[in-house]
Design a protein around this ligand. Structure first.
Ligand code: PLP
Length: 407
């Protein structure tokens, strides 16, 4: 069936809650996707920073197939070998000593919220000494379930969904004074993204993250990072926290962790391990053998192909190309290059509408996404080459050059 025929069926049977572009993809290999009409695209979006090792990586496909043939799921009524191995691997590759597995970024952030409150509760912070306040940033994005949605500092996502979860407050991102004014002995945790992805690819400074850590320590609050978009090599380090050296108490992961297979995770410091005692939290599928086998394959591929190093090296190249676009007077629609590693964006001037620009880029055979309403976001597979980046940036440049200001 053609794109058009498939989309007409989709419109009848799928809920219209997504603004999907009119393309149906049927195959992928590395950084290339093929649609139902047989047209090939350079994928610099990677399913929103998910397809970390590229499409249909043979090692990942093999591992998923082999695990599916051996054992997929037993629930957390029992242990499975793959979850144990993945926990071992992640405790070796990060400073966290315990891991909890779930299925998505929103679920990982729900876990951070519940862990923060319950941790203080377990330590006796109850009654008028209860610590329930959660502080997150404006323009943040933490997911769509009610807790994660409440944490998300963008009212447009919350419209008509209220009431939100109680005692969650937002502060301007990057503003330590604003945070200082809110953090107090009622605060359970401050939860931040090291780079705000959906908010427009805005990176926190080391001073901000270090200052937040200090403010939290001063009042006994926890400091947690949402690394759902930035983690797992995306910024050229296994975790984006490594750039600042700041150690959070816990961190949420998802997206690229299993290369496209749904899996979320929370890593935590040993001291927090008693924060979620037996029976206090969980999910049926969390850490199932199939998802964990996929995540283990992703780690093997990272090592074999040095993909985190590639993300740093090719990320620097992408950054230079975007800086040049922002500085080029022939592309007045591009005003500012932002980001870290292979999570980067180029902000579009107010005078231009980014939607037709991204649609033009797509017609020319390159896939990107929009973040923060006005930023063309690049989040390619971590195996992308400098030549593929050059190919994509040339297409973006051509689209920017032919963009017309809003009338
Ligand atoms: C930083 C961050 N946190 C959480 C989420 C939500 O993840 P999921 O869509 O897997 O629930 C996202 C998704 O874009 C994200 O970027």
């Amino acid at each position: 069936m053609t794109n058009e025929a498939l989309i007409s069926v989709a419109q009848q049977v799928l809920l219209g809650n997504y603004r999907s572009a009119p393309l149906v993809f049927v195959e992928g290999k590395g950084c290339r996707l093929t649609d139902a009409d047989g047209k090939s695209y350079l994928d610099l979006c990677a399913g929103i920073a998910v397809v970390s090792v590229g499409h249909s990586h043979p090692e990942l496909s093999r591992a998923i197939g082999a695990q599916a043939a051996q054992l997929m799921h037993v629930s957390n009524l029992f242990y499975n070998e793959r979850a144990i191995e993945l926990g071992q691997q992640l405790t070796q590759r990060t400073p966290f000593s315990k891991f909890y597995f779930c299925n998505s970024g929103a679920e990982a952030n729900e876990t951070l919220l519940k862990l923060a409150r319950r941790y203080h509760h377990e330590r006796g912070a109850r009654g008028d000494k209860a610590r329930t306040k959660i502080i997150t940033a404006l323009q943040s994005f933490h997911g769509r379930s009610m807790g994660a949605l409440t944490m998300t500092g963008q009212p447009k996502y919350q419209e008509g969904m209220g009431p939100m979860v109680g005692d969650v407050e937002h502060v301007p991102y990057g503003d330590l004074d604003a945070l200082r004014a809110k953090v107090d002995t009622r605060t359970a945790a401050v939860i931040l993204e090291p780079v705000q992805g959906e908010g427009g690819v805005v990176a926190a400074t080391t001073e901000y993250l270090a200052g937040t850590r200090e403010l939290c320590d001063d009042v006994g609050a926890l400091f947690m990072l949402d690394e759902v978009q930035t983690g797992y090599g995306r910024t050229g380090r296994f975790l984006a926290r490594e750039w600042s050296g700041v150690m959070p108490d816990a961190c949420a992961l998802a997206k690229g962790i299993a290369g496209g297979f749904p899996l979320g995770a929370v890593g935590l410091r040993e001291e927090l391990a008693h924060g979620l005692p037996p029976g206090s939290h969980g999910t049926t599928y969390g850490g199932n053998a199939l998802a964990c086998a996929a995540a283990l394959a992703v780690l093997r591929i990272f090592d074999q192909e040095r993909l985190v190093e590639n993300a740093e090296r090719v990320g620097v190249h992408l950054g230079r190309r975007l800086d040049a676009l922002a500085a080029d007077s022939a592309t007045p629609a591009a005003v500012e290059a932002r980001g870290l590693g292979l999570l980067r964006g180029i902000a579009v001037a107010d005078a231009y509408d980014p939607a037709p620009i991204i649609a033009d880029v797509r017609r020319r055979g390159v896939l990107l996404s929009i973040a923060g309403g006005n930023v063309l976001r690049f989040s390619p597979p971590l195996c992308v080459t400098a030549a593929e980046i050059d190919e994509g940036v040339a297409v973006v440049e051509a689209a920017l050059k032919s963009a017309k200001p809003r009338s």
